[in-house]
Design a protein around this ligand. Structure first.
Ligand code: NI
Length: 156
């Protein structure tokens, strides 16, 4: 392994943000700020590399939405049916009277997952949305899926 040269740099930051960062890294048992900062940067790069990858990847889309919003449930379902990759499985949790939590495990190219997640996020009534990497490489949904609800393609 090639030994990398460490580079020092100064950071200017508001005191309250730094205090919160220090409290956080103490809680996570970091011995210094450098290691904590390195981990934050690495985590950001993992996400960026994953999104830039042209491989078929697995991603988790999490949504919280108001199911009373007119037409929203159908709009979200249509987006899933039109998704060029595959929705491996989805889990729906009725959080409270009007709020639903939905977790979708999807496979496809990362940029396609990003488009799906962004389109869902942009719908009126969606209060929270995130896309998280779950893995690289070709997923085999037919092997891994335990579907209770399958979104068949419109065209097939
Ligand atoms: Ni619900």
């Amino acid at each position: 392994m090639v030994k990398k040269t460490l580079v020092r740099f100064g950071v200017s930051i508001e005191g309250d943000i730094l205090a919160r960062f220090d409290a956080r890294i103490a809680k996570h048992r970091y011995t210094n700020r450098s290691e904590a900062l390195r981990d934050l940067m690495r985590a950001e790069f993992v996400q960026l590399d994953w999104e830039a990858s042209s491989n078929v990847v697995v991603g988790i889309i999490t949504l919280v939405y108001d199911h009373h919003k007119r037409g929203l449930v159908n709009q979200l379902l249509n987006l899933q049916h039109d998704f060029p990759g595959s929705i491996i499985c989805s889990q729906h949790v009725h959080l409270e009277h009007s709020l639903c939590l939905e977790v979708l495990v999807a496979t496809g190219q990362a940029r396609q997952l990003r488009v799906l997640a962004d389109e869902m996020k942009a719908k009126k009534g969606v209060q929270f949305s995130s896309l998280n990497p779950a893995g690289y490489g070709a997923a085999r949904p037919s092997v891994t899926a335990h579907n209770e609800h399958i979104h068949l393609k419109k065209s097939t």
